[in-house]
Write a protein of this length. Structure first.
Length: 125
C-alpha cells in the first residue's frame, strides 16, 4: 500500500472515489489526507477567571491587538508589538513603521512610563 498524504490531486489521477474509501483517505482542497492520522495536542489547563483578570495594557496600532509587553521605536517613540517588529525585519523593512527612519531600533517600553493611548475618532479633538 502506498501513502499519498499531501500529494496533489492531479498527481494521483488513478485513484477513484472507491479507492479513496478503501485506503481510508479523504480529499480536501486538492490534497489527500489519511483519516487514521491523529494529532495529539498538549496544553496546560487554565482557569478562565485568571485569564479575565489579566489586563493587556498595550495596544499595537499596526496589528490592532493588545499585549502585556511592547516595544518602543527609538526614532519617534511609537509603540510596536514584538510580532510586527519581527515581521518588519524578516520582510527586510529595516526602517520605522511610522516615520520610515532607516536607523530605527526597538527597545522595551518602560513599565513606569506613562502609556501612549492611540485613538481614532471622526470628532475633532
Amino acid at each position: 500500500m502506498f501513502v499519498c498524504c499531501g500529494k496533489k490531486k492531479k498527481d494521483r489521477k488513478h485513484l477513484s472515489l472507491g479507492n479513496l474509501n478503501q485506503l481510508n483517505l479523504i480529499c480536501q482542497d486538492g490534497l489527500y489526507f489519511d483519516k487514521n492520522l491523529k494529532i495529539i495536542t498538549e496544553y496546560n489547563k487554565t482557569n478562565v477567571s485568571e485569564i479575565g483578570n489579566k489586563e493587556c495594557k498595550y495596544y499595537c496600532p499596526i496589528c490592532f491587538k493588545y499585549y502585556d509587553c511592547m516595544l518602543r521605536s527609538t526614532c519617534c517613540s511609537n509603540y510596536v508589538c514584538h510580532i510586527c517588529a519581527v515581521q518588519s525585519l524578516t520582510n527586510k523593512m529595516y526602517n520605522c513603521h511610522y516615520c520610515r527612519n532607516e536607523h530605527c531600533k526597538y527597545v522595551d517600553v518602560d513599565p513606569n512610563q506613562q502609556l501612549k493611548i492611540y485613538t481614532d475618532s471622526h470628532y475633532k479633538l
